[in-house]
Ligand binder design. Structure first.
Ligand SMILES: C[S@@+](CC[C@H](N)C(=O)[O-])C[C@H]1O[C@@H](n2cnc3c(N)ncnc32)[C@H](O)[C@@H]1O
Length: 269
């Protein structure tokens, strides 16, 4: 059955849908993206229009489909050791903390398929001595959370992993897995992944030495950014750190932290 092109009114419904679900402000220019990403779902339900699919999402009868639509409308682009300065900074913190009694905790707050959290784990596994450490990765998309737990990636995504880390922390695939890498089980066990929506009250996650909230605020308007940053900052230990993407900034968003380097902020002690 042929799916009709999305009308402006239908597109506005999906803009509202993803704003309510995730806080994502989708620009008018994203109409083709919505058609491309959701068109198959409209057809899979035997529907002819995006409006009918929107009704199905709102009916309360299809929670899995709602999650699938959220998964499809989020952008999950990421790779290992993206924005390397943050990992150099993490390394210096880890070296300072490597024998302290209190454990060292990191949160990758929009972890996508896990590359950011595993890059962090490689640095901590390399630097820590007696200090216990753990890493949490969360994302609103259950699809990427599942894929993060598997820890299986195409080599393409690992171009920036230092060769020594590749040898120590990853296994190269062969046969059907040719061109892939698997994060070692020992490292996978140090990283927990779970679903969490930053645009809603957070579950109890504990307190962190450093939180990465990178390349997700670009999708939020200023009010959403303020609410998300306040929520996330609550989880940073006094004196702890908060990293945003290099193209993001906390200007006009919060005065509760001070910038210590571009895109790296510290909460007062
Ligand atoms: C572009 S990726 C960034 C991944 C990684 N932090 C990085 O910098 O490479 C953005 C991620 O934010 C997630 N996301 C979007 N809105 C969210 C929300 N309200 N709560 C939690 N995660 C969200 C998306 O699902 C996506 O995986």
């Amino acid at each position: 059955m042929q799916v009709q092109a999305i009308s402006n009114a239908e597109f506005a419904q999906f803009q509202r849908f993803i704003f309510d679900a995730a806080g994502i402000s989708m620009a008018d220019a994203k109409k083709a993206l919505v058609m491309g990403r959701l068109g198959k779902r409209v057809a899979a339900h035997g529907l002819q229009s995006f409006g009918a699919y929107f009704k199905l999402l709102c009916s309360g009868q299809h929670p899995n489909e709602v999650q699938m639509a959220v998964d499809l409308l989020t952008t999950n682009e990421t790779y290992f050791f993206r924005e390397i300065k943050h990992f150099e900074f993490l390394r210096s913190l880890a070296l300072e903390a490597r024998s302290r009694p209190e454990s060292f905790r990191v949160w990758s707050a929009a972890s996508s398929s896990g590359e950011e959290a595993y890059s962090t784990a490689m640095v901590l596994a390399d630097c820590m001595q007696t200090t216990a450490w753990d890493i949490l990765g969360t994302d609103i998309s259950t699809r990427v959370v599942e894929s993060a737990r598997r820890g299986l990636y195409s080599m393409e995504r690992a171009r920036h992993v230092p060769p020594e880390y590749l040898r120590r922390f990853c296994r190269k695939g062969s046969g059907t897995y040719d061109g892939m890498l698997l994060v070692n089980q020992a490292l996978r066990q140090r990283v927990a992944f779970r679903h969490a929506n930053l645009n809603a009250p957070l579950p109890e996650l504990g307190r962190f030495d450093i939180v990465f909230l990178r390349n997700v605020m670009i999708y939020f308007n200023n009010d959403t950014k303020r609410a998300v940053v306040a929520r996330v900052l609550d989880t940073v230990k006094p004196g702890g750190y908060f990293c945003v993407g290099h193209s993001e900034s906390l200007n006009d968003i919060t005065t509760a932290v001070r910038m210590v380097a571009p895109s790296i902020y510290q909460k007062p002690k």
